[in-house]
Design a protein around this ligand. Structure first.
Ligand code: CP3
Length: 355
C-alpha cells in the first residue's frame, strides 16, 4: 500500500485549486550545487551510472527534500535516457555535456530506431520511480518527466548540445518529412515512457522543451508544439484516484503560452524573460503557471533574493494556480544557503496572496 499524500499543495496548485500558500520546487533541485549530490555521484562513478542505479538515484532525489521545505520531488534522471535506449550511443564527458556517438542524420538512421520497452531497456527508471515513491512515504508528490520530442531530437541529430542547430535545421528545411518521421518515433517512445512512469507511481508529469525557443513561430507549432500536444493527449491523466497534471515548459516560449495552453495541458512552465502577470493574461487563467525566478538571482545576497522572490509573487498576484520555481535549472555554483533563502522567502511571503 502506498502511504496517503501528506502535502498535496503542488498537485492542487497545478489544478488551480485553493492552497494556503504558494507551493514550490526547483528545477535541477538534485544537482551539483549540493555537496551531498557530488558525493553520491562520485560513489556511482559517473552521472549516467548514477541515473542507472535506482538506489542511488533515489538517494539524490531525496537529498534536496531533506535540506529544504520543498513541495515536490522530481525523479532523478535525464531526458536523454530515451535516446540512450534507442541505441544512439550516449555518453556524458565530465564538464562537456552529452555526446551521442551515432547521430541520426539520414532516412536509414531513422528506420533503425526502436521504440524502447519502458519496462525493458528503461526498467532502471521505473525501478527508481517505484523506490522513490516507497521512500517518500507520502511526504510530497513525485514528478516524472521527459524531454519534448523536438528537444530530444536536437540532441539525437546534432550529436550533442548545439548553438546553431546546423544538422536538425538542415533537416527541418531540407527534409521535413524525414524530421517528422523522427519526431513521430520519439513521440511514441516518450508516451510509452511517461505512461510507464505514471504506472510506476509518478503523480505529475513535466515535458521539458529546452530548445523550442530556437524555432520560428510557424516551425514551433509544426515541429515542437504538435508533438507535445500528442503527448498531452496520450498521457495517462488519472492514477490512484487522482488527476495526474501535465506541465509543458518551452524555454524561450513566452510568446506562445496561449497556444501551449490550447493543448489541454494543466500547467505551463515560464522562464524569467516573461513577466508572470503577462503570462497569466495570455492564458486567461485556463492553466496554472510555474516559475519564474531568474536562476542567476540566486547569486545575489540572501536579502536581495528575498526581494526578488517578492517580485515574482507580486507579478503573479493574488489567487491560486501558481507554483513557484526558478525559470530554468539551478546553476551548479550557487551556494546552497542561497537556495534556502529563496525557499524560506516563498514560505513567508506567499500566504498573503491566498485566502
Ligand atoms: O530537475 C531535477 O532535479 C531532475 C533531474 C534532471 C536532470 N536533467 C539531471 C541532470 C532533469 C529534469 C534533467 C532534464 C534535462 N537534461 C534537460 C531539460 C531541462 C533543462 O535543463 O533544460 C536537458 C536539456 C538535459 C540534457 C542534459 N543533461 C545536459 C545538456 C546536461 C549537461 C549540462 C549540464 O548541466 O551539465 C545534462 C546533465 C545533467 N542532467 C546533470 C544533472 C544533475 C549534471 C550532470 C552531472 O552531475 O555532472
Amino acid at each position: 500500500m502506498t502511504a496517503p499524500l501528506q502535502n498535496d499543495l503542488f498537485l492542487r496548485a497545478l489544478l488551480r485549486q485553493p492552497t494556503p500558500r504558494t507551493p514550490l520546487w526547483m528545477m535541477r533541485q538534485a544537482g551539483r550545487y549540493l555537496p551531498e549530490y557530488r558525493a553520491t555521484r562520485a560513489k556511482a562513478g559517473s552521472f549516467l551510472k548514477l541515473c542507472m542505479n535506482p538506489e542511488l538515484a533515489c538517494e539524490v532525489t531525496l537529498q534536496p527534500l531533506d535540506r529544504y521545505r520543498l513541495d515536490a520531488a522530481i525523479l532523478f534522471s535525464d531526458i536523454l535516457t530515451v535516446p540512450h535506449a534507442m541505441n544512439v550511443g550516449l555518453e556524458f564527458e565530465a564538464g562537456e555535456g552529452p555526446k551521442i556517438a551515432r547521430p541520426v542524420r539520414t532516412a536509414a538512421d531513422i528506420d533503425k530506431l526502436p521504440v524502447p520497452d519502458p519496462e525493458g531497456e528503461l526498467r532502471y527508471v521505473m525501478d527508481a520511480v517505484r523506490l522513490i515513491r516507497r521512500e517518500l512515504r507520502g511526504r510530497v508528490p513525485l514528478i516524472g518527466f521527459a524531454g519534448s520530442p523536438w528537444t530530444v531530437g536536437t540532441y539525437m541529430v546534432e550529436g550533442g548540445g548545439s548553438k546553431n542547430f546546423q544538422h536538425i535545421k538542415g533537416m527541418l528545411y531540407g527534409a521535413p518529412r524525414e524530421l517528422h518521421r523522427l519526431l513521430d518515433v520519439i513521440t511514441r517512445a516518450t508516451l510509452a515512457y511517461l505512461n510507464a512512469q505514471v504506472a510506476a507511481g509518478a503523480q505529475a508529469v513535466m515535458v521539458f522543451d529546452t530548445w523550442g525557443g530556437a524555432l520560428t513561430p510557424a516551425d514551433y507549432r509544426e515541429f515542437s508544439l504538435r508533438y507535445m500536444k500528442r503527448i498531452v493527449d496520450g498521457v495517462t491523466r488519472e492514477s490512484e484516484g487522482r488527476r495526474v497534471p501535465v506541465i509543458l515548459f518551452t524555454k524561450g516560449g513566452g510568446q506562445w503560452l496561449a497556444d501551449m495552453a490550447d493543448t489541454g495541458c494543466d500547467a505551463l512552465g515560464v522562464d524569467w524573460t516573461t513577466d508572470l502577470a503577462d503570462a497569466r493574461r495570455a492564458v486567461q487563467d485556463r492553466v496554472a503557471l510555474q516559475g519564474n525566478l531568474d536562476p542567476s538571482a540566486l547569486y545575489a545576497p540572501p536579502a536581495e533574493i528575498r526581494a526578488q522572490v517578492a517580485r515574482v509573487l507580486e507579478s503573479y498576484g493574488k489567487g491560486h494556480g501558481h507554483v513557484f520555481n526558478l525559470g530554468h535549472g539551478i546553476h551548479p555554483d550557487v551556494p546552497p544557503e542561497h537556495a534556502l533563502a529563496m525557499v524560506e522567502a516563498v514560505h513567508e511571503l506567499s500566504p498573503q496572496y491566498h485566502g
